[in-house]
Design a protein around this ligand. Structure first.
Ligand code: ZN
Length: 221
């Protein structure tokens, strides 16, 4: 499936809006973090490398093939996380959006190599259990992507904390991947605060299952 120029232009605009949402939700600073969107079946578009959020325009977004190679050269290099995103799109055909942040509270859990336990109904709703931690991997190659795919395979969570690094989220749309990044930081903060004055109570698995099912299948309009 190849998209028309108009459809591609729409995705460029949407990526600008979604990157702005990351800034508004205070999940990113300066040039850190990125959003990508699958384009058709076998391409994706991602933030350029090292361009600060306040200077990001639709034309700057870099269209790549699923190996992470730019296909529509606009003179900008893709994000240094491009190969991680490419790996996820190659191995998860259901994924149409990927987000990466170093959001503060979630990344504090990642620095400790600690999964966020499912101790809130909001976590059961969105993540269906704990938010897992993936392995340490150096930036620039496929190891991060491999760590994301392998870790998420055993979880319902659309978010993974990559050890010593930060958050990666996936979604059936880029907007839903952004939503998961926002929710991940929100619950990371709440569970962290709860820990400061006691031990958060675990939830029963049947309750987690029931909440997840309701939120994923019944909740909303
Ligand atoms: Zn990063």
């Amino acid at each position: 499936m190849s998209l028309s120029d108009t459809e591609i232009a729409t995705i460029r605009q949407e990526l600008v809006s979604l990157h702005r949402l990351l800034v508004e939700a205070a999940l990113v600073v300066w040039t850190a973090g990125n959003v990508s969107s699958r384009v058709g079946d076998d391409q994706f578009m991602i933030k350029p490398s090292g361009v600060p959020y306040d200077r990001l325009s639709a034309e700057d977004m870099v269209l790549c093939d699923l190996e992470g190679k730019p296909v529509d050269d606009n003179g900008l290099k893709p994000s240094s996380d491009v190969f991680a995103h490419a790996y996820v799109y190659r191995h998860r055909p259901d994924v149409r959006g990927v987000v990466h942040t170093h959001s503060t509270y979630a990344t504090a859990w990642a620095a400790r190599n600690e999964a966020i336990p499912c101790v809130l109904t909001a976590m059961a709703d969105e993540f269906g259990g704990e938010i897992p931690v993936g392995p340490f991997a150096l930036i620039g190659g496929e190891d991060i992507g491999k760590g994301i795919v392998e870790t998420l395979a055993g979880h319902r969570s659309p978010a993974v904390l990559m050890r010593n690094h930060g958050v990666f989220t996936i979604g059936d749309t880029p907007r839903n991947a952004v939503k998961a990044a926002v929710m991940c930081e929100d619950v990371a903060r709440t569970v962290h605060l709860s820990r400061q004055i006691g031990e958060p109570l675990p939830m029963k698995q049947p309750d987690i299952d029931s909440l997840y099912d309701r939120y994923q299948n019944v909740y909303g309009q």
